[in-house]
Design a protein around this ligand. Structure first.
Ligand code: G1P
Ligand code: ZN
Length: 543
């Protein structure tokens, strides 16, 4: 440690982590000392990492390998004792969370910009997770940001690690242990789910297609579905991770996972289709010619988890992010367990998971997970579905329709207006915010406003407050819409409009989704002049 170099640097003003880590264009990260400044800010903010043990890996996107070497050299100079490094610099977000917990590490870095496009002209990102395996909370990320604004030097050692070589190497005084990125995670999955039952299901002629979207889950899927569950490898699509994700946009939704949707709605559609995102924390599930919305999937998983070995004693509670449909709340009510509504972003589930108040949580943005780790977990959710199907011996569609028969259906859709002018997006939000006090009682296109507010959250565990986490308009019919600005975009602003209408158990569950939510979209537009203000005639993405 004695020989490190103290390198002078000048601060950047924009290193504020968003909903999920620091996420910027590759060209931003390529600026002189940009990555170095941020990484040093993490080590300077968290003295517990000195002499400690951390996990390191990423989703394999462009800059991954370069960033791995830089972080190793800075970690070594800052006195980190040991790093667990995924082979070839690869680790999915859920696998990283698991490794931190399993090996009692002090934290870990995941290099990813999730589902954002990769490659030289794409995005890069860096997330720091704390010792419970979950994303650092805002008190930590704020402190890192504060430090980054006045950083004047960073510590760095010389040296290089061969990331392909499983085993132990040294970088100055620091031990670097290169590990198989998949094995521990696959073992964890095998401990939670009935792999024998799933293997039998797959052997019985039940067909499955999984799309890894050329991102990190390829190797995980090969081991879990292929080696351990006996699925022929030709059922794994785009399973080779590429630095530019094959030019795609690995966000598993109807727009970006179009080829999977085409397959699932085609003539010879498999019984089950699934996909994951860039870093493996998101997922979608489809049946033959049938798509399960992530909000419904969360509710169905909560209602059926007790059928799987890892959750056979039931679940303690559920949580969902505020914009996620309220389908999971109804399951909680039925199970007589608490349900929580948190701001958008996985970090807000952390305290509830830590204190055992919830077992399962999820977001409408295709993230669901449980207390087995402290991140969302795409493959976990997919295996959960497979295990439930193996037990219930019903199709994805039948399970979902039965769920609606019992709890009613929350028609749910999200309209994203991406890369709009920041000032315009803010103007839309302001228009709605200013109108909130006058909305109650107003009649709009057959709906009556019940109440409207800006969502504030008080963490029930530590009392911390998160204000203005989205604007909500509720209607007497049980419908609502929510509007908020994304905290993960890298270009202009992304405005998200979340639409939800409800029909009870005896209602019509066969409406066209767009039709069932079109009045709400129209109301939102009339109240905010959204389309006119951002100068778009339709959303960029509807999911
Ligand atoms: C988006 C999703 C949110 C998720 C986050 C990180 O954040 O909406 O649910 O936790 O990505 O994956 P947003 O861009 O809306 O701030
Ligand atoms: Zn992700």
């Amino acid at each position: 440690m004695g020989s490190f170099k103290q390198t002078q640097t000048t601060p950047y003003t924009d290193q504020k982590p968003g909903t999920s880590g620091l996420r910027k264009r590759v060209s931003v990260f390529q600026q002189e000392n940009y990555l170095e400044n941020f990484v040093q800010s993490v080590f300077s903010t968290l003295p517990q990492l000195i002499g400690g043990k951390i996990v390191l890996g990423g989703d394999g996107r462009y800059l991954n390998n370069h960033a791995i070497q830089i972080i190793l050299r800075i970690a070594s100079a800052n006195g980190v004792a040991e790093v667990l490094l995924g082979q070839d610099g690869i680790l999915s977000t859920p696998a990283c969370s698991h490794l931190i917990r399993k090996h009692g590490c002090n934290g870990g870095f995941v290099l990813s910009a999730s589902h954002n496009p990769a490659g030289e002209n794409g995005d890069f990102g860096i997330k720091f997770n704390v010792e419970n395996g979950g994303p650092a909370g805002t008190s930590i990320t704020d402190a890192i940001f504060e430090f980054s604004k006045s950083i004047s030097s960073y510590k760095i050692n010389e040296g290089q690690i061969d990331t392909s070589l499983i085993g132990t190497q040294k970088l100055e005084g620091m031990t670097v242990t290169v590990i198989d990125p998949v094995a521990d995670f696959a073992d964890l999955m095998e401990s939670l789910f009935d792999f024998n039952a799933i293997r039998s299901l797959l052997a019985s002629g039940f067909t499955l297609a999984f799309d890894a979207m050329h991102a990190v889950t390829g190797p995980y899927a090969k081991t879990i579905f292929g080696t351990r569950l006996g699925l022929p490898l030709e059922n794994l699509l785009n399973a080779v991770p590429l630095p530019d994700f094959g030019g795609g946009h690995p966000d598993p939704n109807p727009v970006y996972a179009k080829s999977l949707f085409d397959l699932m709605y085609g003539l010879q559609s498999p019984d089950f289709g699934a996909a994951s995102d860039g870093d493996g924390d998101r997922y979608i599930v489809l049946g033959s010619k049938f798509y399960v919305s992530p909000s419904d999937s969360l509710a169905i998983i909560a209602a059926n988890a007790h059928l799987t070995p890892g959750y056979k004693d039931g679940i303690t509670g559920v949580a969902r992010s505020m914009p996620t449909s309220r389908a999971a709340d109804m399951v909680a009510e039925h199970l007589k367990i608490p349900s929580f509504e948190t701001p958008t972003g996985w970090k807000y589930f952390g305290n509830l998971l830590e204190t055992g108040q919830i077992t399962i949580c999820g977001e409408e943005s295709a993230g669901t997970s449980s207390d087995h780790i402290r991140e969302k977990d795409g493959l976990w959710a997919i295996l959960m579905w497979l295990n439930i199907i193996a037990v219930r011996k019903q199709s994805v569609e039948d399970i979902t329709r039965q769920h609606w028969k019992q709890f009613g259906r929350h028609y749910y859709t999200r309209h994203d207006y991406e890369a709009v002018k920041k000032s315009k997006a803010e103007a839309v939000m302001n228009t709605l915010r200013e109108s909130l006090p006058d909305l109650t009682g107003q009649q709009l296109l057959g709906e009556t406003v019940k109440n409207a507010d800006s969502f504030n959250y008080i963490d029930p565990v530590d009392g911390s407050v998160a204000k203005n986490q989205g604007l909500r308009v509720f209607f007497e019919s049980g419908a609502r819409f929510v509007m908020r600005l994304s905290g993960t975009g890298t270009e202009g602003a992304t405005l998200r409009l979340y639409l939800e209408s409800y029909v009870g158990p005896d209602g019509n569950h066969n409406l066209d989704l767009a039709q069932a939510t079109s009045a709400l979209a129209q109301i939102a537009d009339e109240l905010t002049h959204l389309k006119k203000t951002v100068n778009r005639d339709r959303p960029t993405v509807i999911s």
